[in-house]
Design a protein around this ligand. Structure first.
Ligand code: HEC
Ligand code: HEC
Length: 318
């Protein structure tokens, strides 16, 4: 009799301990938030048709949320037509994609999921897949009070994207009189960048070094470079060959460059701006700001490059 009683007490003790421990774990573990759920979904391959590609396959966190290939590779090894841009510092942008086809971040999310050369799926089908997993059922119920659907998947991913702001760079620290390692060369480069002589600042202005406009830098001639850019959306011939001016924050981490990944290094980009007519003499609709060579010295080119490098975020993403 006594032995039985002890057994019961023991079992009750074990159950009590397990319950208590899970309650403590729940309390102590970091709470699940929209942003965190978004970061998990950003890496979720179930959102692509063949389950091999997530947002992070192309927007690789350690590479400034861009990738290192000229154009990106999607499901079934399909090759896209444009270079993957970073998704950092996009919180305040009024347009997304090189041609500006999405005006809000919410509108933006379904494009890569639907795109045949990217994930070739739909948010609705993706929701069906992830609702089969306990962890997602739990997370979505907890945060949104219901299972995953297109709208709350989008909301979670957008919430995560909005956290990706570069905050600490040598340049910002220097500007704010915080301890920094801004080199003399980078300081000269900044002056040059602001100088009307280089015209950089006419298109790439503060605080994220993009005017949030569409411009034609001379990389469209309809023959060797055929991407019409903004024209696809507006059908206005004045927009032929115009692309969204990209932010230059973290740009050192995101080679290759331009909508088509044509330039492998920042040096190549700067050499291009030095004499934009050399690459495509018959470029159509090139911006008049780029009609004449800049005649930069080798030192000036290095200084500009050092300035661009000083815009690199110190935070490391894995
Ligand atoms: C197969 C590679 C690939 C995948 C997967 C992918 N992207 Fe992209 N992403 C790109 C490319 C390429 C562009 C530029 C396309 C264009 O401008 O036409 C882009 C553009 C973007 C932009 C616009 C950035 C800007 O500055 O305008 C955002 C935001 C973005 N992607 C987020 C996402 C999210 C969120 C996912 C997952 C749901 C995702 N991407 C999946 C390749 C990819
Ligand atoms: C007329 C406007 C304009 C001027 C002037 C200009 N840019 Fe740009 N810049 C752009 C546009 C538009 C792009 C994107 C072009 C594309 O994708 O084909 C770009 C792209 C870049 C890129 C590549 C970014 C990336 O992520 O691919 C760098 C670096 C850059 N510019 C630096 C500079 C520097 C340095 C100067 C001055 C020497 C300068 N720009 C002058 C409009 C301009």
């Amino acid at each position: 009799m006594k032995f039985r009683k002890n057994i019961y007490l023991f079992i009750i003790g074990v159950i009590g301990f397990v319950l208590l421990e899970s309650a403590v774990n729940e309390y102590v573990a970091e709470p699940m938030t929209k942003e965190k759920l978004g970061s998990i979904l950003f890496e979720e391959k179930l959102l692509s048709r063949d389950k091999t590609i997530s947002c992070a396959s192309c927007h690789i966190p350690s590479l400034g949320f861009a990738d290192s290939t000229k154009v990106s590779k999607g499901v079934f090894g399909r090759i896209g037509t444009r270079n993957t841009p970073s998704v950092m510092n996009i919180k305040f942008r009024p347009y997304f994609f090189y041609d500006g086809r999405a005006a809000t971040l919410e509108e933006q999310v379904h494009f890569p999921v639907n795109h045949p050369d990217e994930m070739d799926f739909s948010l609705r089908e993706g929701a069906n897949r992830i609702n089969k997993l306990d962890k997602y059922r739990k997370y979505f119920k907890k945060i949104y009070g219901k299972l995953a659907d297109s709208a709350n998947i989008t909301n979670a991913i957008v919430s995560f994207e909005m956290t990706l702001e570069t905050e600490e760079t040598e340049f910002d620290n220097w500007m704010q009189d915080k301890p920094n390692n801004m080199s003399e060369s980078a300081k000269r480069g900044r002056k040059l960048f602001l100088n009307p002589k280089t015209k950089c600042f006419e298109c790439h202005f503060s605080p994220d070094f993009t005017g949030d406009d569409f411009k034609n830098v001379g990389m469209f001639d309809g023959k060797t470079m055929k991407d019409v850019g903004r024209f696809t959306i507006t059908k206005d011939s004045a927009d032929l060959g115009k692309f969204k001016v990209p932010t230059l924050r973290n740009v050192a981490k995101t080679p290759p460059y331009m909508h088509n990944g044509y330039f492998k290094t920042l040096k190549e980009v700067i050499d291009y701006y030095d004499d934009p007519l050399k690459l495509l003499p018959n470029a159509i609709n090139r911006d008049t700001l780029l009609n004449a060579p800049l005649h930069l010295t080798e030192q000036e080119k290095i200084d500009l490059e050092q300035f661009l490098i000083s815009l690199t975020d110190k935070k490391v993403y894995k």
